[in-house]
Design a protein around this ligand. Sequence first.
Ligand code: NAX
Length: 323
Amino acid sequence: MADPVRIAVTGAAGQIGYALLFRIASGAMLGNDRPIELSLLEIPPAMDALRGVVMEVEDCAFPLVRKVVTTDQPEVAFEGVDIAMLVGSRPRGPGMERNDLLEANGAIFTEQGKALNDHAAKHVKVLVVGNPANTNCLIAQHNAPDLDPANFSAMTKLDHNRAIAQLSQKVGGAVEDIDGLAIWGNHSSTMFPDLLGATVNGQSALEIVSQAWYEDEYIPAIQQRGAAIIAARGSSSAASAANAAVEHVREWVAGTDSVTSMGIYSSGQYGTAEGLIFSYPVTVNEGTPKVVENRELNDFAQGKIEATEAELIEERDAVAHLL
Ligand code: NAX
């Protein structure tokens, strides 16, 4: 068997952590032939809960799990890690404005970025799930100047999967018949689920559904899906978020020729501002996401992309002192 891959998960005692760790440990992320070491970060008040989660991981007797470390110190958690999944973040509390949230998370992701810079393997792949994911990712990336910006990504895979599922329900086709769909921009209600380049069994999706359904029902449904789940379930999506995180890392490591969506460091593709963490349609080859080129963008799509870009620029300006 190959050497173990060391994987850090932050916020490991939280809802997503509880769904995520068991998927990783079972081999769903890196394969059944890849032993793993888990390095789990939490804050001091959650260390007891984390101990309980680790007891459950032990009780599964997963053959792939070689070691589990728990800690409340980022520099310990990130020591030598190959993959870091940054899930833990500060939720919005009563009376907190968006800028307060950015500020509270800014402190967390500044510290974690520095610890990744100094302690993780230089090839580490960092996935940020904790919200506001794109801007948290940007802060971590800026605080890790010795790491390649391409090592950082923010998760829009859940939005991508939601967009595929809703389209497949509408057209009555199988999920695997859909290709080319993408999420652009921020993981927020301004994200743009783009069907222009999407096909169903090779036929353009926008020839099958009406523009009115696309604009008035589909896009808002994807943008508001997180809120709809909170309204129905009483808490935010967890198992589907964990599933998306597993798939994001699996595709990042193993590659994919199918178009997927990832928030990655922008080098100005499609005219978006350089240096944002921006979700694009990508394929992945040898561990490197590559933005799909020459996508057709009409005025409608361009307007949506500019709106989500404007929000990301605003968020970046609000945390400029941390960059
Ligand atoms: P929970 O509140 O259940 O868990 C978060 C955990 O993070 C807690 O156990 C907390 O103690 C821990 N934590 C807080 N600060 C920490 C720090 N500095 N270091 C380490 N751990 C820390 O939230 P959960 O439902 O698991 O969601 C986690 C994050 O994912 C939230 O920010 C949430 O908004 C975000 N999401 C992102 C999604 C995406 O698609 N990018 C979708 C799902 C989810 O909403």
